[in-house]
Design a protein around this ligand. Structure first.
Ligand code: SAM
Length: 267
């Protein structure tokens, strides 16, 4: 197993850092927990592993059918519906979105490791891994179905590790990452401020946190759809305040239709 990965992991049961050892299967040297490895490492807290998803959207993310059509059909349809054409079209669809995130993270200029938080099927993991071939790129998600698809699609990238975990209690030591990318997931977290506290904790001092999320829907149809689906919306100023409260400052944002990209730095 990648030594950089082993050095930044934290046991999901006892919280010991750097305690997971083993070549293929892992075990915690501090508490004896055995970790399943099924293409991805399952580092969800074993006390929480059986809990069902709380939202309808998250239950859908656990479906292999949705995971398989996610990149080509599901994601583009929902981004268009909830954020309008400007979210991707104005900058070349996916390619533009990927470019903006890589550029905003300044990934070409710095060594990793990098985290793609709530990586889904690995769309951004692949882009980040290609942009930083000498660095470790970790993709973390809570949904098994998403990770199964991500695993297939990242085969052949020697610098990718996939982890099942919860954004609210990240299985990494303090100061593990040079940068975190977090696309289209703030609206699904149960406690977004807890996720921000964890983001702050696992970033190195001065490191960047880049993400995107939905603002107010541009069309009446989009507004109704968002309301029905229970999609939480953010405004840049509200987000600036939430991030500042946990110590993520120098906030910048860029509107993209009814969505926006943001960047903040661990102070
Ligand atoms: C809309 S998808 C975005 C996926 C990917 N970032 C993208 O842009 O293609 C939201 C993702 O957040 C994940 N997610 C939801 N709750 C999570 C949690 N508590 N911890 C980690 N990931 C979570 C879902 O499983 C899903 O893959």
């Amino acid at each position: 197993m990648d030594p950089t990965l082993l050095s930044i992991l934290r046991c999901p049961r006892c919280g010991a850092g750097g305690s997971l050892t083993g070549a293929r299967a892992l075990a915690c040297a501090a508490c004896g927990l055995e970790i399943a490895r099924d293409g991805y490492l399952d580092l969800l807290d074993p006390n929480r592993a059986g809990e069902p998803a709380t939202s309808t959207e998250q239950r859908l993310m656990e479906s292999l059918v949705v995971a398989r059509i996610y990149e080509r059909l599901w994601r583009p349809t929902f981004v268009r519906l909830l954020a309008g054409r400007g979210a991707g079209g104005a900058v070349g669809g996916f390619a533009g979105e990927l470019f903006i995130h890589k550029h905003t993270l300044a990934i070409d200029d710095r060594p990793g490791p990098w985290l793609d938080l709530s990586c889904g099927t690995g769309l951004f993991v692949r882009a980040l891994a290609a942009a930083a071939p000498g660095s470790l790129v970790v993709g973390l998600d809570i949904a098994r179905a998403m990770l199964e698809v991500a695993e297939r699609r990242t085969k052949g990238y020697g610098n990718v590790a996939l982890i099942r975990g919860d954004a609210h209690t990240l299985p990494f030591i303090d100061g593990a990452f040079t940068g975190i990318n977090n696309v289209g997931a703030l609206h699904v977290y149960d406690d977004v401020e807890q996720v921000f506290r964890e983001v702050w904790r696992v970033l190195k001092p001065g490191a960047l946190y880049v993400g995107s999320t939905f603002a107010e829907a541009p069309s009446l149809f989009g507004k109704v759809a968002a309301r029905l689906a229970g999609i939480r919306r953010f405004e840049p100023d509200q987000l600036r305040g939430q991030l500042a409260r946990v110590g993520l400052g120098e906030f910048e944002s860029l509107p993209l239709g009814g969505a926006f990209i943001f960047r903040a730095r661990k102070l």
